[in-house]
Write a protein that binds this ligand. Structure first.
Ligand SMILES: Cc1ncc(COP(=O)(O)O)c(C=O)c1O
Length: 441
C-alpha cells in the first residue's frame, strides 16, 4: 500500500535504504552496483563524506534565504567556480532545481535576449528529433522524443525538429565523417532558411545525446559547422549538457571536445551528483549585457533559485572532482569501459553498436546486425534487461524507442567517476549476463 503516485503504478519497487561508494543497498540487504548513477546523476557515487560534511556545515549556517532579498556566499562561490571553468564567453550562472527548469530558463533567456536587442520577431526554436530536454511544457516541446510528447502535443508550443547527428542510424555506407557532419549540419541551415532566418531564436541540442538514443556522440566537425551556421544567421546555440556535462565525458563540458562554445548551456545531474536537486544555466556575456543594458532584469524566477543547500552540495561535488583529479579517472576508466564492452559485445549477434564518450556509454541492441533491424517493441527488451540486471545486482539505464521513439532498444551506462578497473569489469560482466538472460527469456 502506497500513497505515492509512482512512475509505474503497478510496479513493486525495492526500498532504497543506503548507499556507499559505487553501491546502493535495499531494505532487504541486497547490494547493487550503480552503473548508471540513476539517470547519469550520482557522479561521485553514494555517501561521499566530503559532500555530506559540506551539507552539514551549510545546514548549520544557512538553509534558505529568498533571492529577492539576499544573495549567499555559497551560491556566489559556486557561480565563480563554474564561470572560471566554463567555455569561452560564459560570464554568469543562473541556479535552478533541475534539468527541466534549466532548459525552461535558457529558452526564456534566449527569447528575452532578442526582445532586449530589438529583434522581437525571433521566436522559433529548432531542436532535433530523438532528443530529450525535460518534462515541463517548454522543455518537452523542445525535445524530439515522440513517445514523451504524443499525448501532451495539444499543450506544446510550436517547435521545429531536424534529424539528429546519429552515425549508426543516419550515416550512409561509404559516407565519410566529414561529409556526414556537413550533411547533418546542413539540415539546420535548411530549416533556418525555410522558417525565415529573422524569425529563428535558438538551436537546442544535447552535445552527446543521452537517454533517448543512448549516449550518441556527434561526429567530428558537426558542432563546429552548427556553430558557424548559428553565427551566420544570428541564432543562439543552446547546448543541453544536463546529462552529458560536468565531467561525464572526461572533460568538464562535453562541448570542449567538439571545439565549440555555446551561447547558453544547461547543466544539472552531475552538478550536484544527486546530493541535492540543482541545475544551472551558464550564459554568455552578450546575453548578460543585453539584460544589464536593457531592462536590468531577467524576467523569470522560482522560489528555490540559488538554494544555499543545493549550492553547497554542488560546490563540494565540484571541489572533490577537481581535488581528486577525477576527470583523469573518467578518461582512463572510460577507455577501459569501452575496451571491455568491445571485448564482451563486439561479436555479439544482437549488439549493433557500442558508443559514447568517457564514462557515458551506450550499447544498442538489434535483432539482426547486418540490417540493423531492431527487435519487436512488444518484446520490451529494454525492460527485461533492466529487470535481469537488477536481479544480478546491477543498475543500468535501458530505454526503448532508440530509433524513432517507438522502436529500438539500448542500454545507457554512466558509472560514477570514482570507479576502478574491478568495478568496470564487474559492470560489464553483469551486464553481459543480464543481456543474455533477457534475450533468452
Ligand atoms: C539532456 C537532458 N535535459 C534535460 C533533462 C531534464 O532534467 P530533469 O529531469 O532534472 O528535469 C534531462 C533528464 O534526463 C536530460 O537528460
Amino acid at each position: 500500500m502506497t500513497h505515492i503516485l509512482h512512475r509505474q503504478i503497478n510496479a513493486v519497487l525495492p526500498v532504497a535504504s543506503g548507499g556507499q561508494g559505487i553501491e546502493l543497498f535495499d531494505s532487504n540487504g541486497r547490494a547493487y552496483i550503480d552503473a548508471s548513477g540513476g539517470a547519469a546523476v550520482s557522479c561521485l557515487g553514494h555517501g561521499h563524506p566530503d559532500v555530506i560534511a559540506a551539507m552539514h556545515r551549510q545546514a548549520d549556517t544557512l538553509a534558505y534565504a529568498h533571492t529577492s532579498f539576499f544573495t549567499s556566499d555559497v551560491a556566489e562561490a559556486l557561480a565563480d567556480r563554474l564561470v572560471a571553468d566554463a567555455p569561452a564567453g560564459i560570464s554568469h550562472a543562473y541556479f535552478v532545481s533541475g534539468g527541466s527548469e534549466a532548459v525552461e530558463a535558457a529558452l526564456k533567456m534566449a527569447r528575452q535576449y532578442f526582445v532586449e536587442i530589438g529583434q522581437p520577431q525571433r521566436r522559433n526554436i529548432v531542436a532535433r528529433k530523438q532528443s530529450y530536454h525535460g518534462n515541463t511544457l517548454g522543455a518537452l516541446a523542445t525535445g524530439g522524443n515522440e513517445w514523451r510528447r504524443a499525448q501532451f502535443r495539444p499543450l506544446l508550443i510550436e517547435t521545429h525538429h531536424i534529424d539528429p547527428c546519429f552515425a549508426y542510424r543516419f550515416q550512409e555506407a561509404g559516407e565519410t565523417d566529414q561529409d556526414y557532419a556537413a550533411r547533418a549540419a546542413q539540415a539546420l541551415e535548411d530549416k533556418i532558411i525555410e522558417l525565415g532566418p529573422e524569425t529563428v531564436m535558438a538551436f537546442v541540442a544535447e552535445t552527446v545525446v543521452g537517454a533517448t538514443a543512448g549516449a550518441v556522440p556527434p561526429v567530428a566537425d558537426y558542432f563546429r559547422r552548427i556553430r558557424e551556421i548559428c553565427d551566420r544567421y544570428g541564432v543562439l546555440l543552446i547546448l543541453d549538457e544536463v546529462m552529458c556535462g560536468m565531467g561525464r565525458t572526461g572533460t568538464l563540458h562535453a562541448c570542449e571536445q567538439d571545439g565549440v562554445a555555446p551561447d547558453l548551456m544547461t547543466v544539472a545531474k552531475g552538478l550536484g551528483g544527486g546530493y541535492q536537486p540543482i541545475g544551472a544555466v551558464l550564459l554568455s556575456r552578450k546575453i548578460f549585457d543585453a539584460f544589464a543594458k536593457g531592462s536590468g532584469l531577467f524576467q523569470h524566477g522560482h522560489t528555490y533559485i540559488c538554494h544555499p543547500m543545493a549550492c553547497a552540495a554542488a560546490l563540494a561535488v565540484q571541489e572533490v572532482i577537481a581535488r581528486d583529479k577525477l576527470l583523469d579517472n573518467v578518461k582512463a576508466m572510460g577507455a577501459h569501459l569501452a575496451r571491455r564492452l568491445g571485448e564482451r559485445f563486439a561479436n555479439h549477434p544482437h549488439i549493433g553498436d557500442i558508443r559514447g564518450r568517457g564514462l557515458f556509454m551506450g550499447v544498442e541492441l538489434v535483432e539482426d546486425r547486418s540490417t540493423k533491424q531492431p527487435f519487436d517493441s512488444k518484446r520490451k527488451l529494454h525492460a527485461r534487461i533492466k529487470k535481469a540486471a537488477m536481479a544480478n545486482g546491477l543498475l543500468v539505464y535501458p530505454m526503448g524507442g532508440t530509433i524513432d521513439g517507438a522502436v529500438g532498444d539500448h542500454v545507457l551506462l554512466a558509472p560514477p567517476f570514482i570507479c576502478d578497473v574491478a568495478a568496470i569489469d564487474a559492470i560489464v560482466e553483469r551486464l553481459g549476463d543480464a543481456i543474455g538472460e533477457a534475450l533468452g527469456s
